[in-house]
Unconditional design. Structure first.
Lengths: 113, 114
């Protein structure tokens, strides 16, 4: 069966520090991969999605970047965190053609102080 | 930008009552999905309805889709306290090359009072 792992669960980072959140998927190949951010009490904002290794689409201009070094690995990064980067980050995968349901990781609560 | 918009933003009902949540969207879709999120957790897929379907059932869930009005509704019958969560609609649009993306609305907070 397919599983998705996202870590860490919580993270407190100072302003200006780098960030690396990792997400891996097991039990499937060639998935579509997504990074979402959820501000407190808000909906999900799509940050990045990827349809293959090295293929990243950015949805909104921001202080973050994403990479997909392997088929089932998706990384969210920042060189210098801002206070506004605080939020709940969710990784998800869906079928290669993306018309089926998405499966989410448990999320990372990032607090930038 | 967000495709779907749910309403109401918050809903409070008594256990045993039915809960109806609505979602409207703007552009043509391949399918529409509803998800549930418990506080501080990831989202869990509930049900998917394709653009050529009008109604779908899954247990106590009933979803309708009206593509002419670009709207969907989620009905939870005989609600339970455990149904307390946030509910999101999400739409799938097919981009060039059949690659698609899943975009979410802002969600509805459902509280079911025991």
């Amino acid at each position: 069966s397919q599983t998705i792992h996202q870590w860490p669960a919580t993270l407190v980072q100072p302003v200006g520090s780098p960030l690396s959140l990792e997400c891996t998927v097991e039990g499937t190949s060639n998935p579509n991969l997504y990074w979402y951010r959820q501000a407190a009490g808000r909906g999900l904002q799509l940050l990045f999605y990827s349809v293959g290794i090295g293929q990243i689409s950015s949805e909104v201009p921001q202080n973050l970047s994403a990479s997909r070094p392997q088929d089932r690995q998706f990384i969210l990064s920042s060189k210098k965190l801002l206070l506004s980067d605080s939020g709940f980050y969710l990784c998800a995968w869906s079928d290669r053609w993306g018309i089926y349901e998405a499966f989410f990781g448990q999320g990372t609560r990032l607090t930038v102080v | 930008s967000q495709q779907g918009e749910e309403d109401p933003q918050a809903l409070s009902i008594q256990e045993g009552e039915n809960a109806t949540m609505n979602c409207s969207y703007k552009t043509s879709i391949n399918n529409l999905q509803w998800y549930r999120q418990n506080s501080g957790r990831g989202l869990v897929h509930l049900i998917l309805i394709r653009s050529n379907e009008r109604e779908k059932h899954s247990g106590r869930l009933r979803v309708t889709l009206d593509t002419s009005k670009k709207s969907s509704s989620l009905l939870i019958t005989a609600s339970r306290a455990a149904d307390t969560a946030s509910y999101f609609c999400a739409t799938v649009t097919l981009n060039t090359g059949a690659n698609s993306k899943l975009t979410f609305g802002k969600g509805i907070t459902l509280s079911v009072r025991p």
